[in-house]
Design a protein around this ligand. Sequence first.
Ligand SMILES: [Ca+2]
Length: 189
Amino acid sequence: MTQQNDSQVPGIFDEILQMLKSVEGNIKNQTCTATAQRPPCPPGYNQYLHHCFKLFETRITFMEAAAACARARVPGGGTLAMPQDRGTNGFLVSLINAKDRYSSGDYWFGLHDRNEEGKWEWMDGKALNSGISMWGMDQPNDIRGGEDCASYGWKNLWYDTGCSRKNRFICQVLSSGLLLPSPEGSVLS
Ligand SMILES: [Ca+2]
């Protein structure tokens, strides 16, 4: 009997040891998961698919707005928003409507024909696919040859506008755990 009990003791210890290891493993896994689950967007940004978008109410020129978006504290910075598909465009319009239901927009987004008149391109250099464009009636019309930047205008359709005009603007950044911590609590003010 005594011999049998003695031989069971290491067995019980082994079992307890295995249980502890298993618990330790679970705790480690949970810690890793918690660390990886950062918010998908910086403060004040709203996620749509792979990007986060934010409306800024400061009125500045197109190039000033582009520079402001680039200063977002995320890898690679941000850009003016690029609604390259109908879904994204609809999302941006919903953000504008939520902000100011009766506004006529006046938000810069990342589309321009500054390099070649009539050749509209996104901030990333991609050509505009005219099949998905959301121009307002008779737009773009390049009034007096001076409208090379795009903004949301009447009924939140797209209007070509003089780039030096001062408009509000919309930025985008990539969504994901790639975002850097933002200790001050905001990426742009
Ligand atoms: Ca133009």
